[in-house]
Design a protein around this ligand. Structure first.
Ligand SMILES: [Zn+2]
Length: 473
């Protein structure tokens, strides 16, 4: 039931998504009413009519917020032709090669698989950068995506992608490869925002203006009108940027600018903008992100998988730039869930910092193990994400905030012997049993399963669809 009051009791640890000392709450019980945390403490008594959820020995995290995904790719995992490719050839041989297959049924199934995977990792807010739009489509992908999220009970944000310039545009290209017009894109964003964009506290659905890649997908003179149209509508701006060195090469050749200089010149920086990746940044570009409050969707697993590099997320976060976590599409991240992402993030930045250590005296000696802490990664993946997406009242566990939270049970041998069980979901590298997942105060996962979801049918549909794709290839 949507609004049944609840009392979560006896948690072993509660991590909050807040900074510093507040990252760990002394509370063991949380009271929830109308989708909001109303009280946190120890030894809270249950009230009549409350459902009591036992969290004994469990670890409670804020619901993860995923700030960059491409759900349509959830049926394009591990495609052999792209498995050892860098971004540019991979884009051509995987997501663009399968673009024609993305009809309504395909998108619905792919979205469901991706969302189920995320929910079972403890994610309650999903932002999907969907860019398969073209003139004359037989269906509106936006509706499919909002529908699927609503059925599963997750908060959902559509990052409405697309392009007015096609990659390698050819005369007479098939319909699914044709670019849109700027007016067509803007009219659709206005329509979708009118139906789904909520502001104010604890929104369930939001929309962003999100051309696929601002340095490639739009004509230069279209960037500023698009940014202005978004600000007029009150929706934020999102795009891919600086994922590989080729972004810098392309920007230098085409515009004689660094990618972030190009963005700045066309009003594409600010606290209402966040970019996916931001791996390759000049020092001056880092300063621009910090000074303007422009956010990052950090996608470490995808950056590792495609050999793109290591984004300077810890350095930017230390200087106050907004950092969040995104899984990116499953065609470039075969573990597109938030716990995998957090675990890899934790290790990657330590390895990266350690790789820079040199023997003393001229070098630095051992270093790297303090590159990023578990608490920081949880913060990026919860409050940080809600901040860049503009989900007000979401992302931390405190009274007055949305009751979005994951209750992990640590029963497996891997969790036995831990001196600090609070860190297990991030450091131990597997998905713990998810006893409960609450989104907006509603139980959306219980006993590691999604009530009402036929997982066998989902498996069978996925296998059939991949077989059909292989036959068609
Ligand atoms: Zn992406």
């Amino acid at each position: 039931m949507q609004n049944q009051p609840m009392l979560l009791r006896n948690a072993g640890h509660v991590l909050t998504g807040l900074p510093g000392e507040a990252a760990r709450s002394p509370a063991r019980d949380l009271r929830i009413e109308d989708g909001v945390i109303v009280e946190m403490g120890r030894g809270l008594e249950s009230w009549p009519g409350e459902r009591v959820l036992d969290a004994s020995d469990c670890v409670i995290y804020p619901g993860w917020v995923n700030t960059h995904h491409h759900l349509f790719q959830s049926l394009m995992k591990g495609v052999p032709v792209g498995i050892n490719s860098t971004l540019t050839p991979w884009l051509k041989s995987v997501p663009y090669a399968f673009r024609a297959a993305v009809d309504e049924d395909f998108l619905r199934l792919a979205a469901r698989i991706g969302m189920v995977e995320l929910l079972l990792s403890g994610c309650t807010t999903i932002a999907d950068h969907h860019y398969v739009y073209y003139p004359g489509m037989a269906f509106d992908p936006s509706e499919v995506l909002f529908d699927e999220a609503d059925a599963l009970g997750a908060r959902f944000m559509l990052l409405r992608g697309g392009a007015t310039r096609a990659r390698d545009a050819e005369e007479g290209a098939p319909a699914h490869l044709r670019p849109e017009t700027l007016d067509g894109m803007l009219a659709h964003v206005q329509d979708v925002a009118g139906r789904y964009h909520q502001s104010g506290p604890r929104p369930m659905t939001r929309v962003a203006m999100a051309p696929t890649t601002i340095t490639i997908s739009l004509a230069t003179e279209e960037l500023r009108p698009m940014a202005r149209a978004a600000r007029e509508l009150g929706v934020p701006l999102h795009s891919h940027l600086s994922e590989t060195v080729s972004y810098m090469e392309h920007c230098r050749e085409a515009y004689d600018r660094l990618p972030l200089e190009y963005a700045a010149e066309h009003e594409w920086l600010g606290p209402d903008v966040w970019f996916a990746h931001l791996v390759h940044l000049a020092d001056s570009e880092r300063d621009m992100l910090v000074e303007t409050g422009t956010g990052m969707a950090h996608c470490p697993q995808s950056n590792g998988r495609l050999g793109s590099g290591v984004a300077p997320a810890p350095a930017l976060a230390r200087r106050g730039a907004p950092v969040s976590l995104g899984v990116d599409g499953a065609a470039s991240n075969e573990a597109a869930d938030m716990l995998s992402e957090a675990h890899y993030c934790w290790l990657m930045h330590r390895a990266h910092a350690g790789a820079a250590s040199r023997p003393r005296p001229e070098g630095t000696g051992e270093q790297g193990a303090d590159a990023v802490t578990v608490e920081e990664i949880i913060r990026w993946g919860s409050a940080g994400g809600a901040g860049v997406l503009g989900f007000e009242g979401v992302g931390t566990l405190e009274p007055g905030m949305a009751a979005d939270l994951a209750v992990y049970r640590l029963d497996e041998p891997r969790y036995l012997g831990l001196h600090d069980r609070a860190i297990a979901p991030v450091v131990s590298g597997a998905r713990p049993y998810l006893k409960y997942l609450l989104a907006n105060g509603r139980v959306v996962v219980e006993d590691d399963a999604i009530p009402g979801l036929d997982m066998d049918a989902l498996r069978a549909q996925a296998l059939d669809t991949v077989k059909a794709l292989l036959r068609a290839a």
